[in-house]
Design a binder for this molecule. Structure first.
Ligand code: ADE
Ligand code: ZN
Length: 331
């Protein structure tokens, strides 16, 4: 649905989106043609979205679609195309999760993937004025040793102007967050702020395990915290920011089958700092503008409240203070 003019004009910021998961079927098909490879037709539902049935299947389709991102130029194009769409939605700042593991599976070094994304960020800022930054992520179901390798490489690139943080996505039910403490410690000691997916497909115990054992300032999703009142209080007291992705959650988490079931408002009313995010936009027919529209339509947030969400995101952003101040001045 197109955004209203007022909603489009509202400055937005995004903290949680997987770069490989932003590539539209149209772009993925273009990259497949660029490399003369064919992808299984069944991964596409249509020109704008992918076909998947449950979370682990989603991860498989995600890997298949990202397999065509093979060169720094491909990463540049994926990044630029996503930031262009965000700019059209009125976003002024986007932190994107990159996955060097996916890059490596497709024959690219850490530096190749970073250079490509960085070029996309620079080109998008030149073309649209939008500011993009990179959070390098490891993937839990690729194992704790791989995570340490990713953290070491990331630590070696601290000081890169677009690299601002470290994180982890992937399967949180079969892989304990605390097992990744060595990776997160490397990133943290190198000066990188951290975030981790927890409380998406897993329950509140996964969020507790994450905040008890990892040096994280933010939690990816965290929405299943709602089932533990003490945990909700702790998140509020410790000002741990939740990167909430309502549309993704409604499609992935059985416990929240509709927006009316989603705990966004309850968490916010309990004093938890919440933000709005799209996660893997074409997989969920989501967008950053669309999530703000959901918050307006389904959660009843008015314009000042939506501005407050952008303020939450900018204040919790991992970029440097000067960039943050420049962006906050646009609010
Ligand atoms: N990787 C890409 N999207 C993800 C999600 N929603 N949860 C966990 N890992 C992911
Ligand atoms: Zn995510």
């Amino acid at each position: 649905m197109p955004l209203s003019a007022a909603l489009k004009a509202l400055p937005k910021a995004e903290l949680h989106v997987h770069l490989e998961g932003t590539a539209t079927p149209a772009l993925v098909k273009k990259l497949a043609a660029r490399h003369s490879v064919s992808l299984p037709a069944e991964i596409f539902a249509d020109e704008t979205t992918y076909a998947w049935s449950h979370f682990n299947h989603f991860l498989t389709v995600y890997d298949a679609a990202s397999s065509v991102i093979r060169t720094p130029e491909d990463y540049r194009d994926v990044t630029w195309d996503y930031l262009r769409q965000c700019h059209e939605d009125g976003a002024i700042y986007v932190e994107m999760f990159s996955s060097p593991d996916h890059a490596a599976m497709n024959g690219m070094s850490f530096k190749d993937h970073l250079d490509g994304i960085s070029a996309g960020i620079a080109d998008a800022e030149r073309d649209f004025g939008i500011v993009g930054r990179i959070i390098v992520t490891c993937v839990s179901h690729f194992g704790a040793e791989k995570a340490v390798e990713v953290a070491r490489e990331t630590a070696r690139h601290v000081g890169h102007p677009h690299l601002v943080g470290f994180g982890m996505g992937g399967n949180e039910v079969d892989f304990r967050r605390s097992d990744y403490a060595p990776a997160f410690t490397i990133a943290h000691e190198a000066g990188l702020p951290c975030t981790v997916h927890a409380g998406e497909t897993g329950g509140p115990e996964v969020v507790r395990n994450a905040i008890d054992n990892l040096p994280v300032k933010r939690i990816g999703h965290g929405v299943q915290s709602i089932f533990d009142a003490d945990l909700v209080r702790r998140l509020a007291d410790e000002r741990i920011v939740l990167e909430v992705c309502p549309t993704s959650n409604v499609l992935i988490i059985d416990k929240f089958p509709t927006y009316a079931d989603h705990p966004f408002l309850k968490l916010r009313e309990a004093g938890v700092i919440v933000t709005l995010n799209s996660d893997d936009p074409p997989f969920f027919r989501a967008s950053i503008g669309g999530e703000y529209a959901v918050a307006e339509r389904e959660f009843g947030l008015d314009e000042p409240a939506l501005r407050g969400i952008t303020r939450n995101a900018l204040e919790a952003a991992f970029c440097d203070e000067a960039t943050k101040a420049r962006l906050l001045a646009k609010l």
